[in-house]
Every structure is written in structure tokens, then in C-alpha cells.
Design a protein around this ligand. Structure first.
Ligand code: 23J
Ligand code: MN
Length: 257
């Protein structure tokens, strides 16, 4: 059997599973809140074009209205000013090979329960590697925080008087993943790939600033990371081919043995 025939046989036998890392996309989907001087994300509106009625007796279809960065979504390098002049930096020009890679899942759920603002550090990554081996070039690095268990926009966005509180990456961890591991990008359970308080960091939004400046990607609002092993899964995260798109909602799938 060829490798792909073997893969299909393993899927049929249930020895390889497809895990859905995607949130439902609808009017209830929480979107990021930015400070009031900036233009907001519009949320999700779905309006029927026809539903087996006068407007289309035999068919049902909808119009979607939403931002590119809504729900489970992909961040392309062109999303950030640091990545705006890179080659192949948008949804329609990134080579498709770069949407597929091995997953390294870093579990900080216990730390987040103690402190929702916790940041994964370079030391945290090195400790993970001592246990699981080096993060390979071209990996998706997924930050498992338990955050997707938070039901409803209020708990999920966790906005206080001083802005949102949610976990993320320390700048040193981001630099390490770019310069010493050459990953594809990071994925998180939270609404964005930076910590809730990252607007106050130096630089602001260090994960967006540095990852996209290095041509790397982001995946936000993932779920079901607790169904993945620390290593060994393969993640497929292919955004819509939006012309000059800065990002896109997408279905993120993991293949797990
Ligand atoms: C726009 C401005 C700031 C941020 C974001 C978008 C995201 O997190 C995003 O969805 O990429 S932090
Ligand atoms: Mn985004």
C-alpha cells in the first residue's frame, strides 16, 4: 500500500482520528474588543438569501458579514505592519505546504488556573523540550490553556476595568520559537495570539509584532487541544484564499494516532 492508502486505512480503522480544533461560527461567536479609539471587529451576522421560499423555492443559502479575524481564525503575516512587505504574506499567496505541520502542544492549564495573565516563557519551552524533545522546524506550537472551556463572551474575553486578562507568550518565548526553532506559527485557545494585557507590553502585542514580522502565522480561538498528544499530531490549518486577505476564519483539523 502507498503511504496515502495506509493513511485512509488507518482512518477507516479508527487508529488515526480527525480532531476538530474549531469553535462554532455564528452570531454568538465572541470577537476581540479593542480600545475605543480603534475600529472594532463587527461580530458575525448571518442573513438568509433564500430558504425554500419566494426568494429561492428549492434552495437555502446565507450571506455572511464578519471580520477576517473572527472565531477560530488564521493570522497571516500581512495582518501586522511588521509583516506588510514580506513576500507571500497574505491568505492567497502563502504556499499551501505551509498550512500543514506537526503539532507541539504546551500545556499551561494549571498555571492559567492560578493566574489568567500567565505568559509562556523561554524557560517554559526549554522545560517542555526536556520532556518531549526539540520542537521541529515547521511545527505548529499550540498553547493549551483550558481557556476554551470558558462559555460565553464575558468569561471568554475576561475584560476588567484595566482591559482583557488572558494568557499568552512572553516575548523571549516568541523570539526563541522564531530564531531558534523556525516554527510555522502558534495557536491559542484565546481570542488572539497575544495575551489580554499585551497592548501594554514592550513592544505592544509582541507575538503579533515578532511572529508576523518573521513571516509566521497565528491561529486563534482553538478548542479541543486537550484531545491532542504533546507531540505526534499533524495540524492542517488552511485559510480561505481571500485576495490580499490578512486572515480568515477556517476549520482547523488535527490528525491523531
Ligand atoms: C487587531 C488588533 C489587535 C489584535 C488583533 C487584531 C488580534 O488579536 C487578531 O485577531 O489578530 S491583538
Ligand atoms: Mn487574528
Amino acid at each position: 500500500m502507498s503511504i496515502l492508502q495506509q493513511l485512509v486505512a488507518e482512518l477507516d480503522a479508527g487508529r488515526v482520528r480527525v480532531v476538530d480544533l474549531t469553535q462554532p461560527l455564528g452570531p454568538e461567536t465572541p470577537v476581540i474588543g479593542l480600545p475605543p479609539q480603534f475600529a472594532p471587529s463587527p461580530g458575525v451576522t448571518i442573513e438568509a438569501i433564500s430558504q425554500y421560499d419566494d426568494k429561492g423555492p428549492g434552495w437555502y443559502w446565507n450571506t455572511l458579514h464578519l471580520g477576517e479575524h473572527t472565531g477560530t481564525h488564521f493570522d497571516a503575516p500581512v495582518h501586522w505592519i511588521t509583516g506588510k512587505d514580506l513576500p507571500d504574506n497574505a491568505c492567497d499567496t502563502i504556499p499551501v505546504r505551509r498550512f500543514v505541520g506537526p503539532a507541539c502542544v504546551i500545556d499551561v492549564t494549571a498555571e492559567v488556573e492560578a493566574n489568567p495573565d500567565v505568559l509562556l516563557t523561554r524557560e517554559g519551552l526549554l522545560a517542555w523540550e526536556t520532556e518531549h524533545g526539540p520542537i521541529p522546524r515547521g511545527a505548529w506550537v499550540l498553547l493549551r490553556t483550558g481557556w476554551s472551556r470558558r462559555a460565553g463572551a464575558q468569561e471568554f474575553l475576561n475584560v476588567g476595568p484595566d482591559g482583557p486578562h488572558s494568557p499568552g507568550f512572553h516575548k523571549d518565548a516568541t523570539v526563541f520559537l522564531i530564531e531558534e526553532r523556525d516554527i510555522l506559527g502558534v495557536g491559542v485557545e484565546t481570542v488572539g495570539t497575544d495575551a489580554g494585557q499585551a497592548g501594554t507590553f514592550d513592544p505592544p502585542f509582541p507575538n503579533h509584532t515578532l511572529m508576523h514580522g518573521a513571516g509566521k502565522f497565528g491561529l486563534a480561538s482553538l478548542r479541543n487541544l486537550d484531545q491532542l498528544p504533546s507531540t505526534g499530531a499533524v495540524v492542517i490549518a488552511a485559510p480561505l484564499k481571500i485576495v490580499h486577505g490578512s486572515g480568515s476564519p477556517l476549520r482547523v483539523l488535527a490528525l491523531v494516532e
